[in-house]
Design a binder for this molecule. Structure first.
Ligand SMILES: *[C@@H]1O[C@H](CO)[C@@H](O)[C@H](O)[C@H]1NC(C)=O
Ligand SMILES: *[C@@H]1O[C@H](CO)[C@@H](O)[C@H](O)[C@H]1NC(C)=O
Ligand SMILES: *[C@@H]1O[C@H](CO)[C@@H](O)[C@H](O)[C@H]1NC(C)=O
Ligand SMILES: *[C@@H]1O[C@H](CO)[C@@H](O)[C@H](O)[C@H]1NC(C)=O
Ligand SMILES: *[C@@H]1O[C@H](CO)[C@@H](O)[C@H](O)[C@H]1NC(C)=O
Ligand SMILES: *[C@@H]1O[C@H](CO)[C@@H](O)[C@H](O)[C@H]1NC(C)=O
Ligand SMILES: *[C@@H]1O[C@H](CO)[C@@H](O)[C@H](O)[C@H]1NC(C)=O
Length: 831
């Protein structure tokens, strides 16, 4: 019944908006055609039903969730390396059979058994488990046979059609968390975020119509009866409205009767892009886009296919304050928005500990003030306060002090005198006293508060009494040291010599025992192990010059993800060559390099297992929608320079990277740059240089001129590429896109022109932070110009570059790079 009234109102609705939305109209009246899925068709796990242009796929997708693969019936973008899911069947919430399958956890309820099948019958689409038991079907009322065919449309709508071409059911009528152009959201429909990127059960955030037609973002966890609004369109003075999303990425609210646009919600730009809007697991409603004509897959780029155009709310950390409990971050932690994304942090004298519900919770590294007679806070001389600017934990105070005389020192004094007071918050003549646990933590320049955290003066974590973590290990170390100190010097010397000897023998034995590779550093994996770790190479992270990278979890260490790189272009040099290279890579240890954990060279398979990097590639970070801070960029440039210096000069075998570019520089959870793909060049040199010569036009790209000549390849090719990357870091512009947009000038030409005309500020237009630091910008540009000298011998070594960036050595005036002799340079230069 529900579905039939829906159909009715939907068609009514279509009549109203028909003149405005021709695409929706044409979609609804399509009849069964050659592209349609015919009755009795079945879909098994490894097949999909694709839309005519191949933009969307319908089928089962295996998703790595909590280190387990789950099967989800979904609609996704098959061209996107992340196969971004835009719709999924909510089995438990909507299935009539849901209650029959009492499942232990919600998690399981959305995953179908891996050998389920989907069948299209004249009563609709039905999902059966391996025993032929019906688990889910649409339309919900399948007592009448009217389905003629099904179709995965190019709009992303999966539809069931009757013989007149009318939609009996469509996936657009059951929104999940993603809004696609052409889709319309009418009351009472809503979007709900999933629990996490890969867990498809309902999360805590919802985007819905209020009864008064205000369109609102809510924090509404399953466990709570109330919901907390944290953003709204304020359209409540109008009635009967619809949320519309069109092909040029415009999302707006309009009145259903007149069609009048009441409010623009999000604004994409143009029809050159594909769009989607999604309420993400972190509570933000984001508009994403991807350039339509760009089918290239960004290498190892975690968010490269889609870029964020806009988001609501602008700062979620400041938008939600819960009366009880927390929404974004857990107890004692605080929320901070970095590059538009919320992040939960612990104050530096707190550590995070195991968190459930996705909320990061922090615990002090010192015993809590207890108000006991023997508590450390009783002796006022031993009490200290740690101060944090712009930090607040609102609402959890038990006492508030106001007064004309109230200042920071008095606030601190009041807290000192009160043994219950764990933290005092001071701001604008007011003082709040708080106890643990602290909630709703937030840090932002607009938070004009100072947090004063009461701590023991005697140092943190010394007084093992507080049941705090690693007290025992520490006391062991203290014990050993005190024994050493206590005994005579002579004894110590003997002890140390013995220790070194033992270590030396042990170490050598280990090296001798392992055939080729040092077993201590990297492990050998069988192909089967890696196939299992990645569950059959299902979740692709990216595709690069050397092969495809997959995400996985090793059986031996399920606590972290790994990236498994399958080399598909390795020159068949035989086992020995590969092992030698792998052992060279395995011996590198530097904080700016991605660690190799293991490898596999079974039969024709060549695989490498690396650490997994959380924050994707520098390319995504740099050329994404929100520009990283200038200081962060400076640190990243320095990190890359240090990593390269290590490869060139400091590791046991010199490694020339040969392919330095932002796609090959990954960022770990702290945004430390980590160089990837080093040491592979030798294995792939033949293939690589061929690709270089054919794939590049003129001076575009990161390749030094000597690649195109019969010159020898030295470490200076990396210096050149680094120079190009450094310019990109300074300008936040991709040299490749720059070349595509401009016929005559490359990024290098432009940068040198601005520099030589004394207009360095033009390179960092709209970047106030960098402009305020223009001397340093200029220094970086000069270093970059030194690196891109055509004559390799003029280019400094990476060590010198590092020193220049560190400020240890001064940077002299760079000569003109003289790269302009190539054909791409003809005009526009007068010097
Ligand atoms: C399903 O549709 C049929 C025919 O329209 C109707 O008679 C029946 O009541 C509906 N059943 C439910 C559960 O809505
Ligand atoms: C589908 O299968 C049913 C039962 O097996 C059969 O009666 C029907 O003719 C089939 N329909 C088509 C279009 O093949
Ligand atoms: C799909 O799975 C079936 C069996 O489940 C198998 O026979 C078939 O080869 C598989 N197809 C592909 C393309 O993997
Ligand atoms: C769909 O097919 C039916 C019957 O074959 C026909 O009457 C109708 O006009 C068709 N509709 C469209 C839009 O082609
Ligand atoms: C979820 O995916 C987005 C991009 O799609 C990414 O930025 C984010 O870090 C992911 N979150 C987690 C917890 O993996
Ligand atoms: C989408 O909506 C905007 C604003 O109403 C309009 O300017 C634009 O032309 C529309 N685009 C399409 C493809 O309908
Ligand atoms: C911070 O304060 C400024 C000035 O009052 C305001 O313009 C800005 O929107 C505020 N930022 C946030 C995230 O609230």
């Amino acid at each position: 019944m529900a579905s039939s009234t829906f159909l009715h109102s939907y068609s009514l609705l279509l009549l109203i908006i028909l003149p405005f939305l021709p695409s929706v109209f044409s979609a609804t009246s399509s009849n069964c055609s050659a592209n349609s899925i015919h009755l009795n068709s079945t879909l098994v796990t490894n097949h999909t039903w694709n839309s005519p242009s191949g933009l969307f796929a319908f089928g089962f997708q295996n998703v790595l969730s909590n280190k387990e693969f789950m099967s989800v019936l979904a609609v996704w973008f098959p061209k996107d390396p992340h196969r971004t899911i835009v719709w999924y069947a909510k089995y438990k919430q909507t299935s009539d059979l849901g209650t029959m399958h009492a499942v232990s956890s919600m998690q399981k309820s959305l995953a179908f058994p891996s050998d389920s099948t989907v069948k299209l019958t004249n009563k609709g689409i039905v999902l059966y488990d391996q025993n032929g038991q019906e688990m889910w079907h649409r339309p919900k009322n399948n007592s009448i046979a009217l389905v003629r065919c099904a179709s995965m449309l190019d709009s992303g709508n999966f539809v069931l059609l009757d013989e007149t071409g009318k939609h009996v059911w469509e996936s657009f009528e059951e929104p999940t968390d993603t809004f696609l152009p052409g889709q319309i959201l009418a009351k009472p429909k809503s979007f709900r975020a999933r629990h996490s990127n890969t867990s498809f059960y309902d999360g805590s955030f919802e985007l819905a119509w209020q009864s008064d037609y205000n369109f609102v973002l809510y924090y509404s966890p399953q466990s709570s009866v109330t919901r907390e609004a944290y953003w709204a369109t304020q359209t409540n003075s109008y009635d009967e409205s619809l949320l519309v999303f069109n092909e040029s990425g415009h999302m707006y609210i309009k009145r259903s009767n007149t069609g009048k646009v009441i409010r623009e919600v999000l604004y994409g730009g143009s029809e050159e892009f594909l769009y989607m809007a999604r309420i993400d697991p972190d509570g933000l409603f984001r508009l994403y886009r991807h350039r339509k004509d760009d089918d290239t897959i960004a290498d190892s780029c975690s968010s490269g296919w889609w870029s964020v155009v806009d988001r609501y709310p602008k700062d979620i950390c400041l938008s939600i304050t819960m009366q009880t409990g927390n929404a974004i971050c857990g107890y004692n932690s605080y929320c901070i928005t970095i590059n538009g994304n919320p992040s939960c942090e612990c104050p530096d004298i707190f550590s995070s500990f195991d968190h459930d519900n996705n909320l990061k919770t922090c615990r002090p590294d010192f015993p809590l003030p207890s108000c006991n007679k023997d508590g450390w806070e009783q002796n006022k001389d031993l009490v200290d306060f740690k101060e944090y600017q712009n930090l607040d934990w609102p609402l959890s105070d038990y006492d508030k002090l106001v007064g004309t005389a109230m200042d920071k020192d008095m606030c601190r004094q009041k807290c000192l005198e009160d043994c219950f007071c764990a933290v005092a918050i001071y701001g604008e003549g007011q003082c709040w006293k708080k106890k643990y646990p602290l909630s709703n933590g937030r840090k932002h320049p607009n938070v004009t508060r100072i947090a004063l955290v009461k701590i023991p003066k005697t140092g943190l974590n010394k007084d093992g009494t507080g049941s705090l973590g690693n007290g025992r290990e520490q006391s062991t170390i203290v014990l050993v040291i005190s024994i050493l100190l206590g005994s005579s010097v002579f004894l110590n010397v003997i002890l140390l010599v013995a220790l070194f000897a033992a270590f030396y023998i042990f170490y050598h034995k280990k090296l001798l025992n392992s055939p080729n590779l040092s077993a201590a550093t990297i492990r050998y994996y069988t192909y089967k192990e890696l196939e299992e770790a990645t569950t059959g190479f299902k979740q692709m992270l990216g595709r690069g010059a050397f092969g495809t990278v997959y995400k996985g979890v090793l059986k031996s260490d399920t606590s972290r993800y790994v990236a498994v790189k399958r080399l598909d272009k390795v020159v068949q040099e035989g086992e020995k060559e590969f092992k030698t290279e792998v052992s060279v890579i395995g011996q590198t240890h530097h904080r700016n390099l991605v660690r190799l954990l293991g490898y596999c060279d079974e039969e024709e398979h060549r695989l490498l297992v690396y650490e997994y990097m959380n924050n994707g590639s520098l390319a995504c970070f740099l050329f994404g929608i929100s520009r990283p801070h200038w200081n962060q960029r400076v640190q990243i440039a320095l990190g890359i320079a240090r990593g390269l210096t290590y490869l060139h000069e400091e590791c046991s075998t010199q490694i020339i990277h040969c392919d330095i570019k932002p796609q090959n520089i990954l960022l770990d959870e702290l945004f430390t740059p980590r160089i990837a793909d080093f040491g592979l060049a030798k294995l792939l040199l033949a293939e690589q240089s061929k690709a270089t010569k054919t794939g590049l036009r003129g001076t575009v790209g990161y390749f030094a001129p000597e690649w195109f000549r019969k010159a020898s390849i030295t470490t200076k090719v990396d210096v050149y590429s680094f120079g190009v990357v450094l310019l990109e870091i300074i300008c936040c512009k991709s040299s490749v896109s720059f070349a595509m947009a401009s016929e005559e000038e490359t990024l290098i030409d432009w940068a040198y022109r601005c520099y030589s005309q004394g207009k360095v500020a033009k390179l960092v237009e709209n970047d106030e932070e960098a402009k305020k630091d223009i001397k340093r910008v200029e220094k970086h540009v000069m270093v970059a110009i030194w690196c891109i000298q055509e004559d390799p011998s003029l280019r400094p070594s990476m060590k010198k570059v590092t020193q220049m960036l560190e400020g240890v050595t001064t940077v002299s005036l760079p000569p003109r790079p003289a790269i302009f002799s190539s054909s791409s340079f003809e005009t526009s230069f007068t010097l």
